[in-house]
Design a protein around this ligand. Structure first.
Ligand SMILES: [Zn+2]
Ligand SMILES: [Zn+2]
Length: 162
């Protein structure tokens, strides 16, 4: 019996997989360089599917001019709340805007309908909601261990990478 991994992939699919890996590697490499959140180093790029040009980028960080999380700017940075706990209240409160939302905010919405959003961490429910509110048709990210809203919407295709 032939195993799945031995089966040759059509060259077009191989190209997509290679490109996906390149953009995700970029997010993983850029996350610790740019993120100013001490708890989660995240970087996101939105890429036009045809031109393969970046049309939006964002990282985890507080609004411009605020004290960075890693400099003591938010309660979460100095607390030991478990990963996945709420960002919005109590000791887990964090003022950083998430990478995906920053990429959407600073991206070119006129190109979203033929673009892929890449991010090196599984999107939280709030970011999933924000992405679903745009015309973005594809997301490439690590497997989502919490609620996955993308499952309920046929307009968006999600590729889990690890
Ligand atoms: Zn923070
Ligand atoms: Zn998020």
């Amino acid at each position: 019996m032939r195993r799945l991994e031995d089966r040759p992939l059509p060259s077009e699919l191989m190209t997509i997989i290679r490109k996906d890996q390149q953009w995700l590697d970029l997010c993983s490499a850029a996350a610790p360089i740019f993120s100013t959140c001490s708890k989660a180093e995240v970087y996101s790029v939105i890429v036009n599917n045809k031109t393969q040009r970046i049309i939006g980028t964002g990282f985890n960080g507080v609004p411009s001019g605020w004290q960075h999380c890693r400099d003591g700017g938010c309660p979460r940075g100095t607390s030991d709340v478990p990963s996945g706990s709420t960002y919005d209240s109590g000791p887990g409160l964090c003022f950083a805007a998430h990478a995906e939302v920053n990429a959407l905010t600073h991206g070119d919405p006129t190109q979203f309908h033929e673009s892929t959003l890449y991010v090196n961490k599984a999107p939280c429910v709030g970011c999933q909601r924000a992405i679903l509110g745009t015309a973005i048709t594809r997301v490439v990210c690590p497997r989502i261990p919490w609620m996955n809203l993308f499952d309920s919407d046929d307009r968006i295709e999600v590729e889990f990478v690890y």
